[in-house]
Design a protein around this ligand. Structure first.
Ligand code: HEC
Length: 307
């Protein structure tokens, strides 16, 4: 899936999701077994009566808590604008998570989350949180509205999931990400089974007093003691930490020069380096986040259309 398809999907889904913002809510009449005029000034809807305001402010409780009003009322168009930003932010945030996990797979970020994705995520998270808080306090009459009704419970669950996702994102950014970057280059440690992959071998580059190892025809040789390999460089052309099988075929000498070098292990060009602790942690949190996205969307669906 390329960028354009992804962009088109985002726009389509935005339209689909924002459409219900302006839709009517005659289902409230059904749920409360009241006529429209219990909550509205007109039969088709229109302005809310005091009862209608109290119904919304008390978290869709029927009968509503008498006289309850929004904590910080905002005009309808301001709420619509906040709702629009809330949806875009949530959509970009969740869209990035879904795209990264399902299309790209977390492995692509295992060497450190790319800056752009991280910035999009953090900005969207902040925007969704700020607008969400404003939408909540401009609707409910108090914390009691979150506890007393299924509508309030669903909203509380949504807020709790948001909190977990923000906490895990901040943990990844401040603790895991720096370690992923640092751990992208493995230390010069011989693997337990003595089989080196390209990444493990690269660490033995002979620089900064690290040992100098080279691979030749499936074996890894320790050339640290060779004067001609001082500092990991050989005749200004070859670098330790690499597979030199092809290079030796072109050299003025043959493999007999390696006869005196201790064999440090075997070489497998296809061997992937083992996961670091930071990488394992990153995978666990990445897939936990994917689960949280689905959980949050399920709660949102229940909250908007189910309770
Ligand atoms: C129990 C109270 C209640 C009843 C009964 C009720 N409504 Fe509503 N209605 C609301 C509230 C509250 C809103 C504002 C949306 C919200 O807060 O979720 C609303 C919103 C609306 C809207 C959207 C207008 C807007 O500005 O968002 C329309 C249209 C509407 N109602 C029509 C009706 C009709 C038609 C009936 C009768 C079949 C009805 N309502 C019965 C409480 C009620």
């Amino acid at each position: 899936m390329n960028g354009k398809v992804y962009g088109a999907l985002i726009i389509l889904a935005l339209i689909a999701i924002t459409a219900p913002i302006t839709a009517a809510h005659p289902e409230f009449a059904e749920k409360t077994a009241q006529g429209c005029l219990a909550c509205h000034t007109e039969e088709q809807g229109g302005d809310l009566t005091d009862t209608g305001v109290a119904y919304a402010a008390s978290g869709h409780a029927w009968p509503p808590v008498g006289g309850m009003k929004p904590m910080y009322p905002l005009p309808g168009h301001t709420r619509a604008a906040l709702g629009f930003v809330h949806f875009i932010a949530a959509f970009m945030w969740f869209g990035t998570i879904l795209y990264v996990h399902i299309v790209l797979r977390p492995a692509y970020a295992a060497k450190g989350l790319p800056r752009m994705e991280m910035m999009i995520g953090l900005v969207c998270m902040a925007l969704a949180g700020i607008t969400g808080a404003a939408l909540t306090v401009s609707k409910i009459g108090g914390v009691a509205a979150l506890a007393g009704t299924p509508w309030g419970h669903a909203l509380s669950a949504k807020i709790a999931l948001y909190g977990v996702m923000v906490a895990s994102a901040l943990f990844v950014v401040t603790v895991v990400r720096p370690r992923l970057r640092a751990g992208a280059r493995p230390a010069a440690v011989t693997p337990r089974d003595k089989v080196f992959g390209p990444m493990q071998l690269a660490a033995f580059d002979g620089r900064e007093s690290r040992p100098a190892y080279i691979a030749f025809q499936g074996n890894v040789y320790d050339v640290t003691a060779f004067t001609l390999w001082y500092g990991g460089r050989h005749v200004k052309q070859h670098q330790a930490g690499e597979d030199l099988t092809a290079a030796l075929a072109r050299a003025p000498h043959g493999a007999e020069k390696l006869a005196g070098a201790p064999v440090a292990g075997a070489y497998d060009p296809n061997l992937a380096p083992p996961l670091t602790t930071a990488q394992k942690l990153f995978y666990v949190i990445a897939y936990m986040n994917l689960g949280l996205v689905f959980a949050t969307l399920a709660v949102v669906a229940w909250w908007r259309w189910g309770v």
